[in-house]
Design a protein around this ligand. Structure first.
Ligand code: PLP
Length: 390
């Protein structure tokens, strides 16, 4: 029903991904997609633009209902309306939640690899970031290093800022992993801020579990989410937080206000986009997930006998490509990709460029593959040509 093969020229209109990128390089960097959003989103925005009323706007019952029924349908989670905080995007809400839970000098744990803005969040306003690197389990999948997390928690860290599902590895945390995490968090009285921006983009075989839904966890978790990855609305900067603890919720609301955002009054067109997407976007999302899944199949085919590889992501449209066999550093790997006609985010972006501390991340890159096959196939072909017989 939806045309994910349609090519849209996003150059020349301020699109971050394409700014300063040469015509013959295909950017596969920033985590947005080349697809149009559900048509109802554009129709709803155009309808309002035709009327021309751009005055101050507050969320209506319909807007709240759209968020709550989406979460009920897609995540089987009933949000009480009073527990829902409308926000202007994920990063600022993560940060303001962290400011509400800590004071300058407090320790905040982040789990790496992780995209740089999220890592940086943990050390803002005088907080001390404690970095915990994931480890590979026996199957070769990234998982939490629980001993390392416990070390940070027992050392007095107050907050864990986590990403679920995880960018860049594409992991969807399983119940056994979350249960273990919840036990630790409760033991050391740690609060969790959970970035769930990728949670609608789950592939068959995996299931997203909200940490807040585990026993005795609702009051310990600030859950932050948004339609921006789901429906390609990144430029709209809109989202929600669910905070069960009333006192904490008011503290977060006050912090958001202090940093310039009044909850319940998001930017007008962003609000219109969010409500239309949640109300009408379900079939679109299901079809898009099928399309993305077949994009991953394609990438698997093209990568089949290359010296670089990726674990199939359980969520989202990002491939975390392991190039350790090539033994190239960030700069060298970037040059090779450039020669192939591709730009991708270097692995070092996911540990804030710690070139000297070896964690192996520099031997990776992240590839965003949310695009029509007419763009993806030539890109994969370029990569294949460059890396075959490397
Ligand atoms: C894990 C994660 N969190 C947050 C963001 C940014 O969210 P926002 O633009 O709503 O601040 C991104 C965007 O790439 C992301 O991947």
């Amino acid at each position: 029903m939806y045309d994910f093969d349609k090519l849209v020229n996003r150059r020349g209109m301020g699109t971050c991904k394409y700014l300063g990128v040469d015509e013959n390089i295909l950017p596969m960097t920033i985590a947005d997609m080349e697809f149009l959003p559900p048509p109802e989103v554009t129709e709803a925005i155009a309808k309002r633009a035709k009327i021309g009323n751009y005055g101050y706007t507050m969320m209506t019952d319909e807007d709240y209902e759209a968020v709550m029924s989406w979460v009920q349908k897609r995540h089987n989670f009933a949000i009480k309306r009073e527990e829902l905080l409308p926000t202007c995007g994920v990063l600022n809400t993560m940060r303001c939640s962290m400011y509400s839970l800590t004071e300058a000098g407090d320790k905040v744990v982040v789990v790496l690899p992780l995209h740089t803005p999220s890592i940086k969040s943990a050390s803002m306003q005088g907080r001390i970031a404690c970095e915990s690197y994931m480890k590979l389990d026996e199957a070769g999948d990234y998982t939490f290093d629980f001993a390392d997390l416990e070390r940070h928690f027992s050392d007095g860290a107050k907050v864990l800022m986590m990403c679920s599902p995880h960018n860049p590895t594409g992991r969807v945390w399983r119940m056994d992993e979350l249960t273990k995490l919840a036990e630790l968090v409760k033991k050391y009285n740690v609060m969790v801020i959970s970035d769930e921006i990728h949670r609608d983009l789950i592939y068959r075989g995996s299931k997203h579990i909200m940490l807040a839904s585990l026993p005795d966890m609702a009051e310990r978790v600030v859950t932050v989410f948004s339609p921006s990855k789901t429906f390609n609305l990144g430029g709209c900067h809109i989202g929600s937080a669910v905070i069960a603890d009333a006192e904490l919720r008011e503290r977060v609301r006050a912090k958001l206000y202090e940093f310039g955002h009044e909850c319940g009054r998001p930017p007008l067109f962003s609000l219109i986009a969010q409500t239309a997407a949640y109300k009408y976007g379900e079939n679109y999302l299901d079809e898009m997930l099928e399309y993305l899944s077949s994009n991953i199949d394609l990438a698997e085919e093209y990568f089949a006998d290359l010296p670089i590889s990726f674990r199939r992501p359980e969520a989202s449209f990002l491939l975390w490509v392991d190039c350790r066999k090539l033994n190239l550093n960030t700069a060298e790997l970037g040059k090779v990709l450039q020669e192939a006609g591709i730009s991708a985010d270097p692995g070092h972006y996911y540990d804030t460029y710690k070139i000297n501390d070896y964690h192996g991340l520099q031997h990776h890159f992240r590839l965003a593959i949310g695009m029509p096959k007419a763009l993806l196939e030539p890109a994969l072909e370029r990569l294949r040509k460059r890396f075959l017989n490397f």
